[in-house]
Ligand binder design. Structure first.
Ligand code: SAM
Length: 188
């Protein structure tokens, strides 16, 4: 990890803890960096479904995947992630990735929101296979505010410890509301 970007850190967590990788969901497509990562991880036989509410994100991701020769593996969906249960069956995904916030280089006002984010994580946990993992990268402060982070933390802290392992990774010494990576493993 050369620059220690938080998305890279989340990718390392996923690579370290994922048992199976063929069926993946990118819940927040953005510019497609996570979608491309998941397509590589899923391999040529694998499948990735990616969601975003912005056409620009679908366009940017499509272009990135074309450049990288990964377009075949991905289904890009222009819809909110809290509708992901319309596109994926229960207990069908090995990995689900959320990278909350706004489109890098885009309008900061078009951002993930507390209510839909919590609902999407809840639906995602239903779609995750037993043994599967979900990563969350939560931002706060600045344009993001604190409501979404607080709602997500309240929700994940309430999850049954017999069914899920939930680990938050906290920067201990970084000022100004550092991002908060979270790993959830479904054990039952
Ligand atoms: C920080 S970006 C994601 C970065 C992205 N994963 C990448 O690799 O570039 C967050 C994205 O979430 C999208 N978003 C906001 N609300 C959403 C929703 N309800 N459903 C799906 N995506 C949403 C935004 O449009 C934005 O593109």
């Amino acid at each position: 990890m050369k620059r220690f970007q938080i998305t890279e850190y989340c990718h390392h967590m996923i690579e370290a803890f994922a048992v199976e990788t063929e069926s993946c969901i990118d819940a927040t497509m953005g510019n497609g960096v996570d979608t491309a990562f998941l397509c590589r991880l899923a391999g040529e036989q694998g499948k990735v479904i990616a969601f975003d509410i912005q056409e620009k994100a679908v366009e940017n991701t499509g272009k990135l995947l074309e450049r990288e020769g990964l377009r075949e593996q991905a289904k890009l969906v222009l819809d909110s992630h809290d509708n992901m249960d319309k596109y994926a069956e229960a207990e069908s995904a090995d990995i689900i990735v959320f990278n909350f916030g706004y489109l890098p280089g885009g309008d900061h006002k078009i951002s993930t929101k507390a209510a839909t984010s919590v609902s999407a994580v809840e639906k995602g946990l239903g779609i995750l296979k037993k043994g599967g993992i979900m990563s969350l990268c939560i931002y706060s402060g600045g344009d993001s505010g604190y409501e979404e982070k607080e709602a997500l933390l309240e929700y994940i802290r309430s999850l049954d410890h017999k069914k899920y392992i939930v680990i938050t990774h906290e920067f201990a010494n970084r000022p100004n509301d550092p991002p908060l990576p979270v790993l959830i493993k479904k054990i039952k």
